[in-house]
Design a protein around this ligand. Structure first.
Ligand code: ADP
Ligand code: MG
Length: 705
């Protein structure tokens, strides 16, 4: 095995600040820095110089191609590769060239990406534009080495067709409003406030050969049938368990790849379900974190192939054990390193922190539906509200200490003390006593304050974290803006601040909940408090285009109304398409694999009855006969369920013109039929000879990696 020092390889494939400083002419470097600091556009001469150096550097890393790397609304990334080769010269040699124009702007044919009607297919033009705040990198793999340039993706008329454009807009919005706020508290030095994001990524690993035998996993990313093995996750022995060597070797390769790409992969451990793991990088600026999360997902999948493994990023690959999510840790940090969500030792005394905290609480309360929507995706419907993921109701967890501060504020408008962390006595002489955190963790809350950041836990493992961060940035920008409007106009700042804080605390305390988010009592309590409980993706989508959301996003220049309408349309489309694929996959598997195998088995039972009777007249064949009766009855149920599903799937596929109606039909008719069909099939799996069952079982997949 080859050992290396992380510091030697970290970022080696990134055209980062250090590389640019080293390689670019001083003047060019300075120009780029200025452009970045001021958020200006890059002039073409500077771009030409940067492009040239970038190309030279990339070629040294073996790059033959470059690509604008962007994030269309498919949830994944897209790229179109162009080689550096330019027309051969007379000598017959080729030149490797890359111009500033090619760096700054690309023009992929946009007609095959989802646009939700923003762009008719005949208007195929789409533009990609370099996001110089996220560094270019060289990706090396079996396909060779490629210079990847993170870019935004817009239509000919300037509408955003991607995740990055609105994310950058939302970062500007929150920067402007947060600066207003900290100025009011006497900060004159910070120049920028940036949302910092760290995403914990959960995933499953299974053997690739077994994966290929499961057509449901291949086509839909999740198992559509499958009986629970005798053991699930009830022993809690997988969580944080020792990492097996095969998995460890995989994680090592993943880390190496990510470190070279400048992704600061930091934490790795086994998760709750057997076969489930997690990877978390160190947090970074929101747009870089969103790009890095895409790189993490790509790398997890790619490296898995090399190890004969398959990485499953679906939110719920296996029913009955935990699904996967992505915890989105979010805070606001100034360019000079001040975290606005840092409470300090005495939170009650830190008035700026209290105001920031209350603004976040207000934002989440007023836009709970939008935040819920930002985590809605097709796979996440299988997970949210189950017993392991956060419930579908948005609430904020503050913990004992801040809850106590909040109570004081609601009562009097002033908080005079903070509960302190206590000494934890382990009862063992040789172990040091240590100071407990003032706040315990609550894993059941969808939006939890965790020390100096908020952790949004609803996001699905396969989804882009772009949207949740766009929403968070914008709704908090609005709350800051409202607060600043009042405070800037106040005659007496202190009095106005006091009143504002008391009001915010009283008006929005209903969204705060520190109890068990999985309990039924909470569902009832939340209803009493008037909090929305949006249980599925289709009920979540309308929040995107509500009057309130349109006003919010337009006010801060993050989305236009037509962009929002387009996004909603795309989500309905995705829902209808994905559920149609699932239904067709299930039909295919059951018709061509499950029913034939079961018939073979039933026939063998029947043969056995006859053959045993022939061999030993009067022998007891009641076991075979019993089994045959049971299997035949379930086979009948399966076939009936299959007929029903086929009928409904065809009915759904025939709905044209009204995408909402079509999606709703799948949710209300097709998916329930799939769930019903699964029941007899899973019972059959428990009866049919394992040798004859046509695909690996849950146990084979999650315990035998
Ligand atoms: P926990 O174990 O409480 O979930 P960790 O310290 O392991 O928290 O961090 C989880 C993720 O949160 C990591 O990606 C980490 O870098 C990120 N994170 C830590 N502090 C912050 C912060 N101030 N802002 C944003 N993300 C943060
Ligand atoms: Mg966490």
């Amino acid at each position: 095995m080859e050992y290396y020092n992380v510091a030697d390889i970290f970022g080696e494939n990134v055209f980062n600040d250090a590389t640019m400083r080293e390689r670019l002419p001083k003047k060019t470097y300075q120009k780029l820095k200025e452009t970045l600091a001021l958020g200006r556009e890059l002039d073409i001469e500077t771009a030409d110089v940067i492009a040239h150096e970038m190309k030279e550097w990339a070629i040294e890393k073996g790059a033959t191609h470059f690509t604008h790397w962007f994030q269309p609304l498919t949830g994944a990334t897209a790229e179109k590769h162009d080689s550096f080769i330019s027309p051969p010269m007379k000598s017959g040699k080729v030149l490797m060239s890359f111009s500033g124009k090619e760096l700054i702007k690309g023009e992929p044919d946009a007609s095959s990406f989802p646009s939700g009607g923003l762009r008719a297919t005949f208007e195929a033009r789409g533009y990609t534009a370099w996001d110089c705040t996220s560094p270019a990198f060289v990706r090396q793999d079996a396909a060779g080495a490629t210079l990847c340039i993170p870019t935004a993706f817009c239509s000919y008329t300037g509408e955003a067709l991607d995740q990055k454009t609105p994310l950058l807009r939302s970062m500007e919005a929150i920067n402007t409003q947060a600066l207003r706020l900290i100025r009011l508290f006497g900060n004159t030095t910070s120049q920028r406030v940036v949302p910092s994001v760290g995403c914990e990524q959960e995933y499953f690993l299974i053997d690739r050969e077994k994966f290929l035998e499961r057509k449901d996993l291949v086509y839909t990313g999740r198992t559509l049938i499958g009986a629970m093995p005798p053991k699930g996750q009830e022993m809690d022995d997988h969580y944080f368990g020792a990492i097996r060597e095969r998995i460890g070797a995989y994680m090592r390769d993943v880390n190496t790849e990510l470190w070279k790409l400048g992704v600061s992969a930091k934490t790795q451990h086994n998760e709750v379900a057997p076969g489930q793991h997690e990877l978390a990088p160190i947090y970074s600026e929101a747009n870089v974190a969103v790009d890095h999360n895409q790189l993490i997902m790509e790398t997890l999948k790619k490296v898995a192939y090399r190890h004969g493994l398959q990485c499953l990023l679906h939110e719920k690959p296996f029913a009955g054990v935990n699904g996967s999510g992505k915890h989105n840790n979010w805070s606001l940090v100034t360019d000079d390193g001040i975290n606005l969500l840092e409470p300090g030792k005495k939170p009650h005394d830190n008035i700026q922190f209290i105001l920031v905290l209350l603004c976040v609480i207000k934002a989440v309360d007023e836009h709970a539906d939008l935040l819920r929507e930002s985590a809605a995706d097709f796979g996440n419907d299988q997970r949210l509200g189950g017993d392991e993921a956060p419930p579908s109701i948005i609430s904020v967890y503050l913990g004992e200490q801040l809850q106590d501060v909040l109570n004081q504020l609601v009562r009097t408008g002033t908080a005079t003390h903070s509960i302190k962390g206590e000494h934890l006595d382990t009862g063992v002489q040789t172990l040091p006593d240590f100071l407990k955190d003032a706040t315990d963790r609550n894993r059941t809350s969808p939006f939890a304050f965790t020390g100096n950041k908020f952790e949004f836990r609803m996001v699905g493992s396969e989804d882009s974290v772009g949207e949740p961060n766009i929403v968070l940035n914008t709704i908090v920008a609005e709350a800051f803006s409202d607060a600043c409007d009042r405070l800037e106009a106040a005659e007496d700042f202190e009095t106005e601040l006091h009143d504002l804080i008391k009001e915010l605390a009283a008006d929005h305390q209903r969204i705060v909940y520190n109890g068990d988010g999985y309990s039924d009592e909470w569902v009832q309590e939340a209803a009493r408090r008037g909090l929305p409980n949006i249980t599925n993706m289709l009920d979540a989508i309308p929040a995107l285009t509500s009057v309130q959301s349109v006003a919010l996003f337009e006010k801060f220049g993050v989305f236009t109304e037509s962009e929002l309408v387009a996004r909603a349309e795309i989500e309905y489309e995705i829902y209808a398409k994905k559920s149609n694929i699932e239904a067709k996959t299930m039909i295919d598997i059951i018709r061509k694999q499950i029913i034939p195998s079961t018939i073979h088995y039933a026939t063998r039972l029947a043969d056995s009855v006859n053959r045993v009777r022939t061999a030993v007249p009067g022998a007891d064949v009641s076991t075979q006969a019993d089994m045959l009766t049971q299997v035949s009855a379930l086979l009948r149920e399966t076939k009936d369920g299959l007929n029903e599903l086929e009928k409904l799937q065809q009915e759904g596929a025939a709905i044209h013109g009204d995408i909402v109606k079509r999606a709703l039909f799948y949710r209300d008719s097709v998916i329930p039929a799939m769930n019903a069909l699964r029941i007899p099939v899973d019972q059959l799996e428990m009866l049919v000879d394992k040798e004859m069952w046509p695909m690996p079982s849950y146990g084979d997949m999650i315990f035998e990696v």
